[in-house]
Ligand binder design. Structure first.
Ligand code: PMP
Length: 358
């Protein structure tokens, strides 16, 4: 037996594959373009001898750049090692009640993993068939908190501002977390609600629209009291989450608005072209406001179901060095999640896709 009966056993989150070598990676919603040249410059200017020192535990320079960007105070910003770290700290800080935390049955598949590892009770709420949120389910229930990704992943669907607002206003006694990982590609942020709503915390990432997935930087914006609670928990786990290089790279990225605009606009344009091509190939999908499309197909071979098709295409693409994401889970096992790459990458994708569908 030994130590076995004392182990905290968990079923971990499964991240998308990170294949090495020359492949087309459309499976983890990374940015197809490099980070801002200002990031290159910031990292080049790093004083290597400074690495003997611990980084700033307050992340002051970065937090103040983020605060300035959004017109909030520095004490309203919390930074972490990717938004995964930020969300994990949020779960640990704000979900310490006995009522279940609510989130959709189809959403970012890390939420239930954090709830499980921290022993937080949770309940999933079914999305409608078209993957939109049924707000009534969140309006009159006792709950321990609410987590909504908007736009949602992996569906790509964005909810109206008023839908999210009504949920926040109906739940003054719960923290409502709005994960806006993909908001820069469409959808409407609920940032304006921060000034009148103490129970709102907004989470952002630098991994998608800021092209910094490898640096691991994400942040939360809320009222200063909530951020203080979050920092108290962070400093009870690990004071130095953000490393010196990540701090300067993330700061340079948030400051380069022109480059950010240029790459997000390019991705949005390619996304709309991708939708057009997918439609021509008879794929079915909702109106993605993200940097990916979540699409299914009725199948092209005799007797081929949507799920058979999705699996076959996923494997066929992979054999040819093109990685997309397939989730072998109920309801969504008929879908492929395709990250928007460069125009050239999408051309290569469609060439192989047409071959596999012929
Ligand atoms: N939230 C959502 C909805 C996501 O899809 C992702 C990306 N996997 C994250 C958060 C985490 O992103 P990161 O940790 O890279 O900031």
């Amino acid at each position: 037996m030994g130590y076995e009966d004392k182990v905290r056993r968990v079923i971990p989150y499964t991240p998308g594959e990170q294949p090495r070598g020359k492949v087309i990676k459309l499976n983890t919603n990374e940015c197809p373009y490099p980070p801002s040249p200002k990031v290159t410059e910031a990292i080049r200017n790093l004083e290597i001898s400074d690495l003997r020192k611990y980084p700033d535990p307050l992340c002051s320079a970065l937090n103040s750049a983020i605060a300035e960007h959004y017109g909030v105070n520095e004490d309203q910003v919390f930074t972490g090692v990717g938004s995964d770290d930020v969300l994990s700290m949020i779960f640990l800080t704000f979900f310490n009640g006995s009522d279940p935390v609510l989130f959709p049955n189809i959403t970012y598949s890390f939420y239930d993993v954090w709830a499980s590892v921290y022993g937080i009770p949770y309940k999933t709420v079914a999305l409608r068939e078209d993957f939109t949120l049924d707000p009534t389910e969140y309006l009159n229930t006792v709950n321990g908190g609410i987590v909504l990704a908007n736009p949602n992943a992996p569906t790509g669907i964005a909810e109206e501002y008023s839908v999210i607002r009504d949920i926040i206003e109906a739940n003054p006694d719960s923290m409502v977390v709005v994960d806006e990982a993909y908001i820069d590609f469409g959808g409407e942020t609920v940032l304006p609600l921060l000034k009148d709503h103490e129970n709102l915390i907004i989470v952002r990432t630098m991994s998608k629209s800021r092209a910094l997935a490898g640096i691991r930087a994400g942040y939360a914006i809320a009222n200063s009291r909530a951020i203080k609670y979050l920092n108290d928990v962070k400093y009870s786990v690990n004071s130095y989450t953000m490393n010196t290089a990540a701090l300067v790279a993330a700061k340079a990225a948030i400051e380069d608005e022109a480059y950010f605009k240029e790459i997000t606009e390019k991705i949005i344009k390619t996304r709309e072209e991708t939708k057009k091509e997918l439609r021509e190939l008879k794929f079915l999908f909702g109106d993605s406001k993200t940097n990916f499309v979540f699409a299914r197909h009725e199948g092209v071979r005799p007797g081929e179901s949507s799920a058979d098709f999705a699996r076959r295409i996923f494997e066929g693409l992979k054999e040819r060095g093109i990685f997309v994401r397939y989730f072998n889970k109920p309801i969504i096992n008929e879908y492929l999640r395709i990250t928007i790459g460069t125009e050239e990458e999408m051309k290569a994708l469609f060439a192989v896709l047409k071959e596999l569908m012929a």
